[in-house]
Write a protein that binds this ligand. Sequence first.
Ligand SMILES: Nc1ncnc2c1ncn2[C@@H]1O[C@H](COP(=O)(O)OP(=O)(O)OP(=O)(O)O)[C@@H](O)[C@H]1O
Ligand SMILES: [Mg+2]
Length: 113
Amino acid sequence: MKLITAIIPPDRLDHVREALIQADITRITVSRVSGHGRQEDIEYYRGQKIAPNLIPKVRLDIAVNDQYVDTTIDTIIEAARHAAGKIGDGKIFVTPLEQCIRIRTDERGGSAI
Ligand SMILES: Nc1ncnc2c1ncn2[C@@H]1O[C@H](COP(=O)(O)OP(=O)(O)OP(=O)(O)O)[C@@H](O)[C@H]1O
Ligand SMILES: [Mg+2]
């Protein structure tokens, strides 16, 4: 099992969710977050580096069984990327997932996903 965390531009959220549903990835957590990626131009004030402005983003958390990892990633990339790719299009992190438990039934592991 893997936890796929994607940070995407808010204007791509609906498109990404629709694409994931089409790919049979139907379980998702969506959070409104803010952050910054790498800085092309670091700004200075009186010789000190200035923290850049926080940019609103959307965070997706999707827990999947291993056979769905590639589809999930490919679908997010295709649906989230602006035409030709744009700075700030986002990032995907993949983390090993130790356990998953469906609270209602106490199922554990892959069948609980
Ligand atoms: N290494 C990181 N750790 C945590 N969050 C990150 C990291 N890189 C990016 N993010 C989050 O993802 C958002 C989008 O990142 P972004 O797409 O700007 O990445 P980037 O590395 O700057 O690439 P690009 O050059 O395409 O902009 C950031 O606003 C931040 O919230
Ligand atoms: Mg960036």
